[in-house]
Ligand binder design. Structure first.
Ligand SMILES: *Cc1c(COP(=O)(O)O)cnc(C)c1O
Length: 352
């Protein structure tokens, strides 16, 4: 699920967790625990953002981002903006706010009415985005690459166009990098690929190597939106999780680490392309870095189940896409092993 960025049992990760657990496990925000402050500093430096809010999951980071955007306009700017423009086939989480901006009606079933104010546009369509944004829009919310929606990479220039549309309309731009961030796509942020800086950024999944942590980062320009008491989380920014995240941040930041992610991702895609080239029913292998999707002409569920049986963990994305998001530290021989199993399973199930 793009969480175990350093695999299992990484010694630097486990000892940082043990050391922090032995020191202090929880102080909430009553005191500023050193790993929490260090992580806020490290993440803001790394992402070009100015402020950090920590929580326990991706959905909570999205909730924080949505609340920040509304409160910024309603309290700081005195504008009645409340709408969110998001993409069809997006995924932002399963709490009510996050679910309400998730453009996949199948996830809404049985939970309506949702939080009002969301509007959906086809992903990658600049004209549709432009048309949907108006004086009531508080924020545009986009994944730089749609993960859950099927590893969908937008056309070049889309993120920059979204930035320009938000600036013209005077609304905020939120990038959800919960899945694509923290080096997953071979750059620290997937949005860095287009050099676009959002106003608000969400991170989670791989951030703490498997411990629960989410982050909502934002620029100084919107910082007045939250004052003490506006928003908070009892467990958010747990020192143990933050100590773990510092290890991941340090490793991903080491010279050459992200280049290796790009190389491994390219090798993975090339091997898959080679192995699956002549298999009918395989439409495309696509991705960036170590976020890879194999697009099939049928539901991917049975393929994922067959891979579980062989000890290879893949996921279904967008219904018909087999998604691979292995640890960022995956070894070449593990890539070869995984590719062999995937090619074998896809070939035999397609034939059957
Ligand atoms: C997984 C995911 C979420 C939700 O994160 P949770 O930790 O499951 O709440 C939100 N946005 C994106 C892009 C995701 O991939």
């Amino acid at each position: 699920m793009a969480v175990s960025a350093l695999g299992h049992g990484h010694p630097a990760l486990t000892s940082a967790i043990a050391d922090q657990a032995a020191a202090v496990i929880h102080v909430s925000n009553l005191y500023a625990a050193p790993p929490v402050v260090a992580l806020a500093e490290g993440l803001t430096r790394r992402t070009g953002m100015d402020r950090a809010f920590f929580c326990n999951s991706g959905a909570e980071a999205i909730e924080a981002a949505l609340k920040l955007a509304r409160r910024y306009f309603q309290v700081v700017r005195g504008e009645s903006r409340f709408r969110f423009v998001a993409a069809e086939k997006s995924f932002h989480g399963r709490s009510f706010g996050a679910l309400s901006v998730t453009g996949q009606p199948k996830y809404w079933e049985g939970f309506e009415p949702l939080v009002p104010g969301a509007r959906f546009v086809p992903y990658g369509d600049v004209a549709a985005l432009e048309a949907a944004v108006d004086q009531e829009t508080a924020a545009i919310l986009l994944e730089p690459i749609q993960g859950e929606g099927g590893v969908v990479i937008p056309p070049p220039g889309y993120l920059a166009a979204a930035r320009a549309i938000a600036d013209r309309a005077g609304c905020l731009l939120i990038f959800d990098e919960i899945q694509t961030g923290f080096g997953r796509t071979g750059t620290f942020l997937a949005s860095a690929h287009e050099g676009v800086r959002p106003d608000v950024l969400t991170l989670a999944k791989g951030i703490a190597g498997g411990l629960p942590l989410g982050a909502m980062l934002h620029t100084e320009a919107v910082a007045e939106a939250f004052v003490p008491g506006s928003h908070m989380s009892t467990f958010g920014g747990n020192p143990v999780c933050c100590a773990a995240a510092l290890v991941v941040l340090g490793l991903v930041g080491e010279e050459g680490f992200l280049a290796l992610v790009r190389e491994k991702g390219a090798a993975l895609m090339e091997a898959l392309n080679e192995g699956l080239a002549s298999v009918a029913g395989v439409q495309e292998v696509r991705g960036r870095g170590l976020l890879v999707g194999i697009s099939l002409d049928r539901p991917a569920g049975p393929f994922v189940s067959a891979l579980y049986e062989r000890g290879v963990l893949a996921t279904v994305a967008g219904g018909t896409v087999l998604r691979l998001s292995p640890p960022l530290v995956i070894a070449d021989r593990e890539i070869e092993h995984g590719v062999r199993e995937v090619v074998d399973v896809v070939t035999s199930l397609m034939d059957g």
